[in-house]
Design a protein around this ligand. Sequence first.
Ligand code: NAP
Length: 307
Amino acid sequence: MYDLAIIGAGPAGLTAAIYAARGGLKTIVIESMAPGGQVAMTEKIENYPGFPEGVSGYELGGLFYQQAQNYGTDFVFENVTSMELMGKVKKIFTNQQTTIESKAVIIASGSKPRYLGVEGEERFRGRGVSYCAMCDGPFYKNKFVAVIGGGNSALEEGLYLTKFALNVIIIHRRDGFRASDIVLKEAKNNSKISFLLDSVVEEIIGDDKVKSIIIKNTKSAEKKEIPIDGVFVFIGTEPNTEFVPNYLETNAQGYIITDEFLQTNIKGVYAAGDIRNTPLRQVVTAVGDGAIAATQAERYLNSLENK
Ligand code: NAP
């Protein structure tokens, strides 16, 4: 029986583990892939404090992992398939038929960008195809970039990219936008932004990095090739909640709803990082969430003992 089970070994989960294990809680982290989460796939992080020269996501994820191990956290690298969270003893089931029992749970399984699913997207991921303007924008100084999507993220990130890029083409599959009028107006007024509407990306082409994209007009079916240095995809994100029981409250997008203490609607169950309804999904915010969730879980466990 563990005091605390943490699902996900990204920045939120590993920080929660550092706080919990250091605080003397018997702690386990369950992760389906390698430690580090999405951050381990980021080439360079320049906005995480303490690394003035920037740090590779892989290295940072490794350091978080090492620190969590140093305090005696247990790790299981298996896929969580389902959970029973209602009782005082929470149960976590994995694809390897392991059952983990714990008094408290922190769900920190993150989110993933929705992919376009076109030819070349996977091949050029990290070599011209990006899902994070804040992470990769500075690599596109005076370059030509395409932003895919018509929501707030696409337009806001497109505006952010104008700080670096010479020109930002926003490619959207319709001529109406999901983005708010104010953001749309700002984008339309920005001389570095141009729009290609009723258009979808059919293929991303390059050699060692992206060189061009094939665009198809959804109305005329006409195709054309556009030379481009970077493709930023912002067509929504998806929370990693496949294993989360449906009695756990989520918002319309499927992100877990928490209060300010990161408590979910179920006692003893917390959510931290990208998986929850948060206004900013960054390493630094995930780390803060991990610390709050772990200290609140510790309080919850103390209250159980006092009863
Ligand atoms: P979103 O609002 O769901 O927009 C996704 C966009 O991508 C839509 O324009 C959609 O087109 C397009 N799209 C989806 N799948 C596609 C595909 N396979 N191929 C091409 N285009 C595709 O997602 P989001 O922009 O990431 O925003 C998520 C939520 O966060 C929203 O509620 C948003 O308002 C909110 N948000 C708010 C702020 C803010 O308030 N400052 C900033 C960022 C995000 P269609 O429109 O045709 O479906």
